[in-house]
Ligand binder design. Sequence first.
Ligand code: SF4
Length: 301
Amino acid sequence: MYIKEDIIRLKKRKGITIFCHNYQTGDIQDISDFVGDSLELSKKAQRVESSKILFAGVRFMAETAKILSPMKKIIFPIMEAGCEMADMVDIDLLRKMKKENPNAAVVAYVNTTAEVKSLSDVCCTSANAAKIVNSIKENEIIFLPDKNLASFVKRQTNKKIIPYNGWCYVHDQINENDILRAREKHANAVLFIHPEARENIQLMADYVLSTGGMVKKAGELKANEFIVGTEEGMVYRLKKLYPSKDFYSLREKPPLRCVNMKKTKIDDIKISLENEEPEIILNSKIIELAGKAIERMLILS
Ligand code: SF4
């Protein structure tokens, strides 16, 4: 019952900063110091003074924080909370693609493992993918792992995009009927779609945005109603930020829910704060190489 108070007391006493992705449950968002998308959290991880960070999200995000701040202790409560899309990348296949396309730069979405990042030239997020692709000198790009984000980028560049065949099952399952039903139910609402949705779905949206982009756009627009076409956790975040506006999940049954994002429960946060573990440990060579790809993204974005 008093778990939130216990957590707030514990993190203060131990000097641990809690980072939380937009897709975490509302109770975890409420006890966190920073809530945001991958890009926002990566930037914050570098700047935050505390030497210990607890990361509520999925593993690649905690790894990214470790890569950017190797001297910091990164506590990640549930090690099994991976990302299905990140795990789709086969290292041998990536090496083969690089060999077959020797002039191509490898642009890796941050939703990749540390090892994949270490084999890439630069990282990107859904917020800056097109900007990164257009900023680098190469005209051929191996883009991984998300084929849907790749098609979003393709519409914003003249460069040759060679996509990896990966996808996020949460967004890739959105179909045209979901859009039509939501539009019918909320006729005056603005429709946001995440670029991990399929191209035909992106083309039906009013705005195709990263979660950070949704936060910004919902604040800028005069509209009072929004259909949120991404993981359900985002609705809580938007409602909390803009209590006078209405936000609806694009689909409630079955919900757009990422099982891995929901593996961390508030009790796990408390236990991890008490024990200061489990901790993210990465090989120093991987940290060095993956760090270059992430740093390059931060400079270009
Ligand atoms: S929502 Fe999709 S991309 Fe994000 S962690 Fe879940 S499976 Fe991975």
